[in-house]
Design a protein around this ligand. Structure first.
Ligand SMILES: O=C(CO)[C@@H](O)[C@H](O)COP(=O)(O)O
Length: 160
């Protein structure tokens, strides 16, 4: 679950009870990330930590060893169909270099035209809305996104 809500703390238990296995919250919307991470873990879920485009990756870094996934937003949160922000890729690259085994997700404007940049930067989890939903062949778009990411991940392993 990617929680783009106020008062993220109050939805941890209800989401766990509903069957969520990962709870992704926004760094900008909590005063106490450490307590929220602890609560998510105690409720048996994996932890995702999201940052908006205006938040630097240095703000996320102190928490990176305590989370399962970092989500780098590649549009301003709000709605689908926005333009991919390529200038977020250095954040992904930096996280991939510093935390090689961390799951890194990108969300916003990701599709066949932008996936290569995301995968090469090091993203291994992809959120894609319009590119899939507006395609005449959603299955092939999903396969392409998946293949580009797994090929980039394999290449990273070989290069190590
Ligand atoms: O929730 C958001 C943005 O607020 C994203 O999840 C987008 O909705 C993804 O859609 P596309 O940008 O791929 O159309």
């Amino acid at each position: 679950m990617h929680m783009m809500v106020a008062r993220q703390e109050q939805w941890v238990k209800p989401m766990a009870v509903a069957g969520a296995n990962q709870y992704t919250f926004h760094l900008e919307a909590t005063d106490n990330p450490g307590a929220l991470i602890k609560d998510i873990r105690e409720n048996g879920m994996k932890v995702g930590l999201a940052i908006k485009p205006g938040t630097t990756v240095e703000h996320l870094a102190p928490w990176a060893n305590q989370i399962d996934m970092a989500l780098v937003m590649t549009v301003e949160p709000g709605f689908g169909g926005q333009k991919f922000m390529e200038d977020m890729m250095p954040k992904v690259q930096w996280l991939r270099t510093q935390f090689p085994s961390l799951d890194i997700e990108v969300d916003g404007g990701v599709g066949p035209d932008t996936i290569h940049k995301c995968a090469e930067a090091g993203a291994n989890m992809i959120v894609s809305g319009s590119a899939i939903m507006k395609s005449a062949d959603p299955r092939s778009v999903i396969n392409l996104l998946r293949n580009v990411c797994s090929e980039a991940a394999q290449k990273r392993c070989l290069d190590r």
